[in-house]
Design a protein around this ligand. Structure first.
Ligand code: KIV
Ligand code: ZN
Length: 527
């Protein structure tokens, strides 16, 4: 970009966790969860949050609107196909943002133009031009993406981008939609675009790479070396199919090896670990243990030689300091004598501002846990917030449970649950295992026939008295929903997670019943 007071070495981080990331199979975040992630992304200091694809569903529109209204700092972008209703929906969704952006796209590859759109290059060019012009009538900040560019004709892609720039696009993003390109090829493609279209120097060039061949980060880096000053990426690398370039890898690459290129981001690296945990918890997508930067083992040393080296001097086997991504969070510790004010302050330091009834709930749960566990760390509190404070009024809560399991008889569970109106019911069940018995007993107590789809147990921290964190995905009347539970006892954590998921599923079913207005709306295919 040639504009004067813009740092030419600043690489903008465009986070698409809530849009492309949310397109990962099985992820379905509600508006509240999306807002919470967006707030954390703002703390992480990303430059742009792509908050969703507003035309795709009323839920997406509502979430983007909420984020635009409530999240300060980053640019808030809404995605739109190169069609007037999409652009209008995106414009409506981002209108309350401090710095709104509309991101519109259409494919320039013949594979897509011929086989998917059954259109022509001329029509696509006209559509791109019209969509950018339309978007520009609502906002100053317009991004245009020629989808599947890396499999498209360079000259034609340059022509379409030229039209977008003429109509006022301020960012041109060149997607490797199917994760097909290689670093050398991508760099050459972008170099070719600069050559054919010198006006590209007057806007921000952006890269958007998918990881089908495991090259998303390498390709994005090649793009940056070719002149791109925006990288589109997602936390934990989630996204369509094999995912997007992983945000934490891009940020830490530029942070750790910035001297190679002289480039930098303005992301707050110490927020990386927390952002990764939050996204993993809310999406239900586990981070693989050996994942670069945020995997559980990314800073673990197993071999004796490595351990010996690191004890003597950390840099012998570590190229990044764990504290630089925020892995020192365990320094904050509360105990069973800590009071409500200390809990409130500790939660505040973690970015959760709680008061009134929510603080009371948190304090009650904190006391229960602190009674069983000597110390409650920041990671424990974070998990507790996930479990307890996210949803103000779950439809069902666990009052008590009892489980008998032995190597001789069938496991048996008894549960008592409370509804929001205060009514209670009990049920018991003998199933295949203790967890199965609890889940079936809950189905009987609530009178709901839900089916378990996924179940996972993790320890929040190390140590024998670590909190157990469970994630459940279940299906009820065609709606799937996820829930998390945290407790020192994993059966209790499982029951809590199941009831949370069930409460969400019931709400979804009710919402669908009430949303008659939208029943005639055609489903929108996501990009
Ligand atoms: O992968 C892709 O091409 C996209 C576009 C919408 C930018 O996600
Ligand atoms: Zn994509």
């Amino acid at each position: 970009m040639s504009s004067t007071n813009i740092d030419p070495n600043h690489v903008r981080i465009f986070d698409t966790t809530l849009r492309d990331g949310e397109q990962s199979p099985g992820i379905s975040l509600n508006a509240h969860e999306k807002l919470e992630i967006a707030q954390q992304l703002a703390r992480l200091g990303v430059d742009v949050i792509e908050a969703g694809f507003p035309i795709a569903s009323p839920g997406d529109l509502e979430a983007v609107e909420a984020i635009a209204r409530e999240v300060q700092g980053p640019v808030i972008a809404g995605l739109a196909r190169a069609q007037a209703p999409d652009v209008e929906s995106a414009a409506r969704a981002v209108r309350d943002a401090e710095r709104p952006r509309i991101h519109t796209f259409i494919s320039t590859s013949d594979i897509h133009i011929v086989h998917q759109f059954r259109s022509t290059r001329a029509d696509v060019l006209a559509q791109a031009r019209a969509a950018v012009a339309h978007a520009k009538s609502f906002v100053d900040d317009v991004e245009f993406s020629p989808m599947d560019a890396t499999r498209a004709d360079l000259e034609y892609t340059a022509e379409v981008c030229a039209a977008a720039i003429e109509e006022g696009a301020t960012t041109i993003n060149v997607p490797d939609t199917v994760g097909y390109t290689t670093p050398e090829e991508y760099r050459a493609f972008l170099g070719g675009l600069y050559r054919l279209l010198p006006e590209l120097h007057d806007v921000v060039l952006s890269v958007h790479c998918h990881d089908d061949l495991g090259l998303a980060v390498a390709n994005s880096y090649a793009g940056v070396l070719a002149g791109a000053r925006q990288v589109e990426c997602a936390v934990n690398g989630i996204g369509e199919r094999a995912g997007n370039a992983s945000l934490e890898e891009i940020v830490m690459l530029l942070h750790t090896r910035g001297e190679l290129s002289g480039l930098h981001t303005t992301a707050v690296t110490t927020e990386i670990a927390r952002t990764s945990r939050l996204v993993s918890r809310l999406t239900g997508y586990v981070v693989q243990p050996n994942k670069a930067v945020v995997g559980r083992n990314a800073f673990a040393h197993e071999s004796g030689i490595h351990q010996d080296g690191v004890i003597k001097e950390r840099t012998t086997y570590e190229i990044m300091d764990a504290t630089s991504i925020g892995l020192d969070a365990n320094s904050l510790v509360l105990g069973k004598h800590s009071g409500r004010a200390a809990l409130k302050q500790a939660l505040g330091e973690l970015g959760f501002h709680v008061d009134g009834a929510t603080l009371n709930t948190a304090f009650k749960r904190f006391k229960e846990i602190a009674d069983k566990k000597k110390t409650v760390s920041a990671m424990d509190l974070e998990a507790l917030v996930t479990d307890e404070l996210r949803e103000s009024m779950p439809s069902y809560t666990l009052e008590s449970f009892e489980v008998h399991a032995s190597s001789t008889g069938s496991p048996h569970a008894k549960v008592e649950i409370t509804r929001t109106d205060g009514t209670r019911s009990e049920a018991e069940f003998s199933g295949d295992g203790p967890v199965d018995s609890v889940f079936e007993a809950i189905n009987l107590a609530t009178g709901l026939d839900a089916r378990l789809r996924e179940f996972r147990v993790d320890a929040v921290t190390g140590g024998q008295d670590a909190l157990g964190e469970t994630s459940v995905v279940l299906e009820y009347e065609g709606q799937s929903a996820a829930g998390q539970g945290v407790a020192t006892d994993i059966i209790e954590a499982a029951a809590r997670a199941y009831l949370r998921a069930l409460s969400t599923a019931v709400r979804k079913v009710q919402a669908i019943g009430e949303a008659t207005d939208f029943s005639a709306t055609e489903p929108v295919a996501t990009p």
